[in-house]
Design a protein around this ligand. Structure first.
Ligand SMILES: [Zn+2]
Length: 427
């Protein structure tokens, strides 16, 4: 065997032995200069072309023009949008292989890293997968092993979102224990979720709000399916506090009146609820976004506060697809791009009370998404299966978390291979 070949075989063997397949702590990221992109950073009132320098995992500087230093990697973002890493406040990422476990360690939930970075997201909030009983399992199984920042809204049901009778068990909805678990994990639990209860009682909502008040976090409600139906007006005006969230805003489901009435008029109490500070979230999902609701509502100026996905194996393969497809729907409904971006950055961070996220302030976390706003002929499908044509669509070029490039669609952060020593690059 020629010497050179033997050496490379030896090197490959050593390399394999040195780098186990299991994910390792990534090396400290190199300084990255993102040049010429259109920055949308609502917190800092920036909406124009700026250069952004990331160093040591933080935002180091933002200026009209920053000249590159020799140790910096330069990203040419001309013609692209540079925004804070996107936050999805309604996803289902407590994935697992337990039988009949639905979105709580079951196979209807999805692994966060498989979905987040490729669509510009650095933070995914799982809503209701875990309750106070199985939160430690969720933390060990998913949160601690993911490179995505995974946060949680604890289900008011102690056993979480396992479907069927488990979610109907009022005896397993304990406000005190829910609040206690939140206090033990303030860094990662940011809210409480109520969903799927079909009885005639308000107890799940009342107990969630009680726990939310005790722990100082918001409550998100997936409302409907009650027999007999409970009043959406009462939920929005009497039970929820300012800062609490109605998800599935543009849905029309059994046991819940839709926000737009049969004559196409937005119900006045919905506007009243917004005035008192209730948050309206898209929560698209597999069955909760209808053009017949979204078109008349947005024509009357009722855009969502937050544009979340309700990501799970059903929604990702139907009309929802991903957060950028969902945001693109709102764009095509006339919501300005800066508002669409604001909804899933600084507003989402405000809703989950994480002011450290959703902006590009100097000294803040270097979580950045670089997006391409494509123009062309596109089609967008709602959860009823109906298509609406559109002429603009967001696509993710680059996602950076903590200064580390996590996704790079077209290699805009990479040197040409011909300029790399021996074809092997360095970070
Ligand atoms: Zn959901």
């Amino acid at each position: 065997m020629p010497m050179a070949l033997r050496c490379s075989v030896l090197f490959a063997t050593v390399a394999l032995a040195t780098f186990p397949i299991k994910a390792q702590t990534p090396p400290a990221p190199a300084d990255l200069l993102i040049r010429g992109g259109h920055v949308i950073d609502a917190r800092n009132n920036v909406n124009g072309v700026m250069d952004v320098l990331l160093s040591g995992g933080k935002v180091a500087r933002m200026d009209a023009k920053i000249d590159p230093a020799p140790n910096q990697r330069v990203v040419n973002a001309a013609g692209l949008y540079v925004v804070p890493g996107l936050i999805d406040i309604h996803s289902h990422v407590f994935f697992g292989t337990e039988k009949d476990s639905y979105l709580s360690s079951g196979d209807s939930a999805v692994p966060p890293d498989n979905h987040s970075f490729r669509s510009g997201q650095t933070t995914l909030v799982d809503v209701g997968g875990a309750g106070w009983r199985n939160f430690p399992q969720f933390k060990e199984q998913v949160i601690d092993r993911s490179r995505t920042r995974v946060l949680s809204f604890l289900n008011i049901v102690g056993s979480g979102m396992k479907g069927g009778p488990i979610e109907q068990n009022l005896a397993d909805m304990d406000a005190k224990l829910t609040a206690m678990r939140i206090r033990q994990n303030r860094d990662v639990i940011v809210g409480i979720k109520v969903a799927h209860y079909s009885g005639p009682e308000w107890d799940p909502v009342i107990r969630a709000v009680q726990a939310g008040t005790e722990a100082g976090v918001p409550v998100m409600v997936d409302f409907g399916g009650h027999t007999p139906p409970l009043s959406l007006e009462d939920l929005l005006l009497k039970y929820l506090r300012p800062g609490d969230i109605l998800t599935h805003t543009y849905a029309s489901v059994r046991g819940r009146i839709p926000i737009v009435d049969e004559n196409g008029k937005l119900r006045p109490f919905v506007l009243e609820a917004r005035k008192r500070g209730v948050i309206f979230d898209v929560g698209h999902g597999g069955g909760s976004f209808l053009w017949s609701q979204a078109v008349p509502a947005t024509k009357q100026g009722f855009y969502p506060d937050v544009i979340s996905t309700d990501l799970h194996t059903g929604s990702m393969n139907s009309g929802m697809k991903d957060i950028l497809n969902t945001m693109s729907k709102l764009l095509n409904l006339g919501m300005p791009l800066r508002d669409v971006v604001r909804a899933n950055t600084v507003k989402a961070a405000e809703v989950i009370k994480r002011p450290d996220l959703g902006h590009l302030s100097v000294g803040g976390e270097a979580d950045v998404a670089v997006l391409n706003l494509r123009k062309g002929n596109f089609g967008f499908i709602d959860s009823g299966g109906g298509k609406m044509p559109g002429d603009q669509k967001l696509e993710c070029e680059l996602t950076i978390k903590g200064g580390q490039v996590m996704w790079d669609l077209n290699g805009i952060s990479r040197p040409l291979w011909t300029e790399m020593k021996g074809g092997r690059g360095s970070q």
